[in-house]
Design a protein. Structure first.
Length: 229
């Protein structure tokens, strides 16, 4: 049996050669680890960016919803105020028209009462003069007067007063409708050209102005037809 003997120098050389081969391997492992760490950091950074963007997006959406809710609430409040103002104005118009109509009714009743009283006074004077035989030919009693002549005269007076009252009421309504239509149109125009116009309110005012303008036109047509008669 032969024994294999290794020279110490040869063994040392082999050992140093092996260490030299291991050092480049260890250096390669360090570079790989650094690359992996960089990739992980990039991934973590990307996730943080996504979370930040998502959080800010939710905040922006929430802010937009709150702003929209405030705008809607302001629009509803403005509309409610506009409706209330229009209702108050319409109530005032109706009250004024009712008061004027009541005055006309009282005036008409007074005219009718005065006409009846005057007619009765004429009858009494005619009867007295007839009994006294004084200027008998100048006066007529109820039996000699044409039937319905005095009634027709009184009715004509009453109709004349009623027509005058109707023309006055028509003129008042025409003035009120025209004034409100022009006022609402001006308010809507001024608000529309402002820096922060309220479009819903302007449209509402314009619709009301158109309605009042139409009512004024109809009132004018009715008044003209009454005048022609």
């Amino acid at each position: 049996m032969q024994t294999l003997l290794l020279h110490p120098s040869t063994t040392a050389g082999c050992t140093e050669g092996d260490r030299g081969d291991e050092e480049p391997a260890r250096g390669g492992d360090a570079d790989l680890q650094e690359n992996l760490v960089s990739i992980i950091r990039l991934q973590i950074g990307g996730e943080k960016v996504k979370e930040f963007v998502s959080e800010k997006s939710e905040e922006l959406i929430k802010t937009a919803e709150e702003a929209k809710e405030e705008v809607d609430q302001l629009a509803r409040l403005t509309m409610d105020r506009s409706n209330l103002a229009f209702d108050c104005a319409l109530a005032d118009i109706n009250q004024t028209a009712e008061e004027f109509a009541e005055q006309l009714r009282r005036s008409r009743e007074k005219m009718e009462a005065d006409a009846k009283e005057f007619s009765a006074w004429e009858d009494q004077v005619a009867v007295r003069r007839s009994r006294g035989q004084f200027f008998q030919s100048l006066y007529q009693t109820d039996k000699k007067k044409p039937v319905g002549s005095r009634m027709d005269k009184d009715q004509a007076r009453i109709e004349q007063v009623a027509n005058s009252a109707g023309e006055g009421a028509s003129t008042l309504r025409l003035f009120i409708f025209s004034f409100l239509a022009v006022s609402l149109s001006l308010v809507a125009l001024v608000d529309f050209v402002s820096t922060e116009p309220s479009v819903a309110q302007d449209i509402f005012y314009l619709v009301l102005a158109l309605g009042l303008g139409g009512a004024a036109v109809l009132e004018q047509i009715t008044k003209s037809a009454r005048s022609d008669r």
